[in-house]
Ligand binder design. Structure first.
Ligand SMILES: [Zn+2]
Ligand SMILES: [Zn+2]
Length: 152
């Protein structure tokens, strides 16, 4: 069982980027909980820790133009081309979940934090408190694809 399992839900969430040009609807299966990553790529991309919740690809529909950047050979980060809001990160497989930015979705403000990866790479100014799973860079990289400079 995954730590996300108790938080699996089916329903609808509506989100939008800062300027409103991109809107995202989740209608179907998603995880009502947030995971955070402190890897080097996520810190550069987000300016701080990166956090997301997962939604199944069949559940996600997007309106508005988006742009993508592939920081690794196995994943893509997608943004609004007008305001620069981060929208999601996804691995390349067709069935990979969307890792959606919780800040786009008002309802996600109530989601709990359930995991922190690259926790030993977190900057001093952004400690996250609470009782959630914390894994180190070494623990993450032992089980998951990553890039040599320490990014996922
Ligand atoms: Zn925008
Ligand atoms: Zn990361």
């Amino acid at each position: 069982m995954s730590i996300a399992d108790p938080f699996r839900k089916t329903g609808r969430l509506d989100g939008a980027c800062l300027c409103g040009a991109v809107s995202i609807t989740v209608e179907g299966d998603y995880v009502a909980a947030v995971g955070v990553c402190h890897c080097g790529n996520c810190q550069k991309s987000n300016g701080l820790a990166w956090g997301a919740f997962q939604a199944s690809p069949e559940a996600v529909s997007v309106s508005g133009a988006v742009v993508s950047y592939a920081p690794t050979a196995f994943s893509v980060r997608t943004f609004c081309p007008i305001c620069g809001s981060n929208l999601w990160l996804r691995d390349n497989e067709e069935d990979a979940p969307y890792e959606l930015m919780p800040g786009l979705f008002p309802e996600a403000a109530a989601f709990p934090l359930i995991s922190e990866v690259y926790a030993d790479c977190a900057p001093a100014y952004a400690p996250l408190s609470g009782e959630h799973r914390r894994g180190t860079k070494a623990e993450y990289e032992a089980k998951n694809r990553h890039v040599a400079e320490g990014g996922a």
